[in-house]
Design a protein around this ligand. Structure first.
Ligand code: ADP
Ligand code: ASP
Ligand code: MG
Length: 451
C-alpha cells in the first residue's frame, strides 16, 4: 500500500467550509489514508492566552466562549451528530477545568494538556466531515503512538518508539479507514500529554510519515507552496516549484513559517517527498521538496525570523586561553538552548539563540537561572529588538560577487551581525526589528524581481 500523509493547518480547518475543501482533497487521492490536523485557526492562540498567569476570570471565560463558538459552529453545520457533540462537550469542559486549575497551580504538564485540546477538537470534527461525505473515517488519539520525552512545551519525539507504536496501533487501521489524527501533541512514557512547540503539526505529520514509511507528506496551508519570500512581506514573491531538502531546511530554520523547522528531518531520514500547497486553491499546485532537484539557483529565497535575542559574552579568560567556549556551550546545553549564529573576537562571543524550539506557551528561552550561570564566568549583555534575515540559495560561500550584491541593498541599514561561510546555502544578517520588513522587501526586489 502506498501511503500519503496529508496535514492541514489552522486556516485549512478553520470552519466547516474549509474542512469540506480539505475533505475533497483527501478523498480525491486513494493513497491519502492518514490525515493530521492542526487546531482550527485562532484556537491555539486562545489556549495560549488561557495559560498566561495574567489572565483574570472574565478573560478566561471570554476565551473559553470564543473557542466554543468556533468549534460549535462546525458542529452545527454537521447537524450535531450525537457522538461528535458528546466528544466536543467533553473536550470543552476539560478546557474549562484545566484553565481553572492553572489559576492555583502553574504546572507545565497542565498547560500542555490544555494546549492539546484544540487539535483534539478539530480532529473529531474533521473525521465527522469525512464521514458526512461517505468515507469510512475516524479520529485516532495520536498520543497512543507519538511518544516524546517529558519536556513539556517543546517535547522531543522518540523516533524509534514512534515507529514501533505506529506500526502496531495505527498501520492496521489504515487499510480499512481514513484516519484523522492530531498534529502538535504527543505523550510521554507515563502517558502525560506533551506538545512539540508552536507550529509543530507539520513536524507531527513528517514523524508519522517516517514511522509508517509513507511515500509523501502533503502540507496543506493557506499559500500555494513555498515562495521566494513570505508573500505577506513582498507582494511579488512567487512560488518555487521544486526545492531541495537542504534549502527547504534552511528556509524553515531561518523563519519561513510555512514549514516547521524540524519537518524536514524525518523526511530526509526516509527520503520522503514533501509537498506544500494551498487547500483553498489546490489546482494552483505547489512546491515539491525533494532530495534531487533540477534547478539549483544561487539565490532561492529570503527568510525572516523576528524577535531575536543577541547574547554578548565578554571575558578576558578568552585571551590566549582554551575552554571558554566549551564552558559556555555546556551551560547553554544544560538549559536546553541551541545556538544559532555565532561570531567571536579575541575576548567576545556574540550569539543568537535558536528560538525555533521555543515553548508552546510562548515562554522566553532566556531564564534568570541561565543568565546567572553564564555571569559566573563572563560579563553578559542581552540585546533584543533584532530580526534575522537569511538569504537562502546554493554555492553562496563559493560564488564571487554575492556579498557585494547583498550589501549594496543593505547600505541604508545597520547590520548588527553577519554570518556567512559555514553553509553553502545561506548568508544571514541581523538587523533592527523595525527595519526588517523593509530589508526583506528590498532584498527580494533586488535579487528576485530583476529583469
Ligand atoms: P498553517 O496554519 O497552515 O500551518 P502557517 O501560518 O503556519 O500555516 O504558515 C503559512 C504562512 O507562512 C503563510 O501564510 C505565509 O505568510 C508564511 N510564510 C512565511 N514565509 C513563507 C514563504 N517563504 N513561503 C510561503 N509562505 C511563507
Ligand atoms: N496548533 C498549533 C499552533 O498553532 C500547531 C500547529 O498549528 O502546527 O502552533
Ligand atoms: Mg504552521
Amino acid at each position: 500500500m502506498s501511503l500519503v500523509v496529508a496535514k492541514f493547518g489552522g486556516t485549512s480547518v478553520a470552519d466547516y467550509g474549509a474542512m469540506n475543501r480539505c475533505a475533497e482533497i483527501v478523498l480525491g487521492n486513494p493513497d491519502c489514508r492518514l490525515v493530521v490536523v492542526s487546531a482550527s485557526s485562532g484556537v491555539t492562540n486562545l489556549l495560549v492566552e488561557l495559560t498566561q498567569e495574567s489572565i483574570n476570570d472574565d478573560g478566561r471565560l471570554q476565551r473559553l466562549k470564543q473557542i466554543a463558538q468556533i468549534q460549535y459552529a462546525i458542529l452545527d453545520k454537521l447537524g450535531r451528530p450525537n457522538d461528535v457533540a458528546a466528544a466536543l462537550d467533553k473536550l470543552l469542559s476539560r478546557m474549562a477545568v484545566l484553565s481553572e486549575a492553572l489559576v492555583s497551580a502553574r504546572s507545565k504538564a497542565t498547560m500542555d494538556e490544555l494546549l492539546s485540546l484544540g487539535e483534539q477538537c478539530s480532529s473529531a470534527l474533521f473525521a465527522a466531515v469525512l464521514r458526512e461525505k461517505g468515507a469510512n473515517s475516524s479520529a485516532f488519539d495520536v498520543r497512543r503512538v507519538l511518544r516524546t520525552d517529558s519536556h513539556f512545551g517543546r517535547a522531543e519525539p522518540q523516533v524509534e518508539q514512534i515507529a514501533l507504536l505506529s506500526r502496531e496501533h495505527l498501520l492496521p487501521l489504515l487499510s480499512e479507514q481514513v484516519i484523522v489524527t492530531q498534529g502538535f501533541i504527543g505523550a510521554d512514557e507515563a502517558g502525560q500529554t506533551t506538545t512539540l512547540g508552536r507550529g509543530g503539526s507539520d513536524y507531527s505529520a513528517a514523524l508519522l510519515a517516517e514511522a509508517l514509511t509513507a511515500s509523501a507528506v502533503e502540507i496543506w496551508t493557506d499559500v500555494a507552496g513555498i515562495y521566494t519570500t513570505d508573500p505577506r512581506l513582498a507582494p511579488n514573491a512567487h512560488p518555487i516549484a521544486e526545492i531541495s531538502f537542504n534549502e527547504a531546511a534552511e528556509m524553515a530554520t531561518f523563519g519561513a513559517k510555512v514549514l516547521h523547522p524540524a519537518t524536514i528531518l524525518p523526511a530526509v531520514r526516509q527520503q520522503i517527498q514533501v509537498f506544500v500547497g494551498s487547500s483553498k486553491e489546490p489546482e494552483k499546485g505547489g512546491t515539491w521538496i525533494r532530495h534531487q532537484v533540477e534547478d539549483a539557483p544561487v539565490f532561492r529565497a529570503v527568510a525572516l525570523r523576528r524577535d531575536q535575542t543577541l547574547l554578548n559574552l565578554h571575558s578576558l579568560q578568552m585571551l590566549h586561553a582554551q575552554g571558554f567556549l566549551a564552558e559556555t556551550f555546556a551551560t547553554l546545553a544544560r538549559h536546553k538552548i541551541s545556538v544559532d549564529l555565532i561570531t567571536t573576537s579575541e575576548v567576545n562571543v556574540s550569539l543568537t539563540l535558536d528560538k525555533t524550539g521555543s515553548d508552546s506557551s510562548g515562554q522566553g528561552l532566556l531564564s534568570e537561572a541561565l543568565l546567572q550561570e553564564l555571569s559566573q564566568h563572563c560579563r553578559v549583555r542581552v540585546e533584543d529588538g533584532l530580526a534575522l534575515v537569511a538569504i537562502i540559495g546554493n554555492r553562496i560561500a563559493t560564488t564571487a560577487g554575492i556579498c557585494r550584491r547583498v550589501f549594496e541593498v543593505l547600505e541604508p541599514h545597520n547590520v548588527r551581525m553577519i554570518c556567512q561561510g559555514a553553509s553553502p546555502h545561506n548568508l544571514c544578517v541581523l538587523v533592527a526589528e523595525s527595519e526588517a520588513a523593509q530589508v526583506v522587501k528590498a532584498l527580494h526586489e533586488n535579487l528576485f524581481e530583476g529583469a
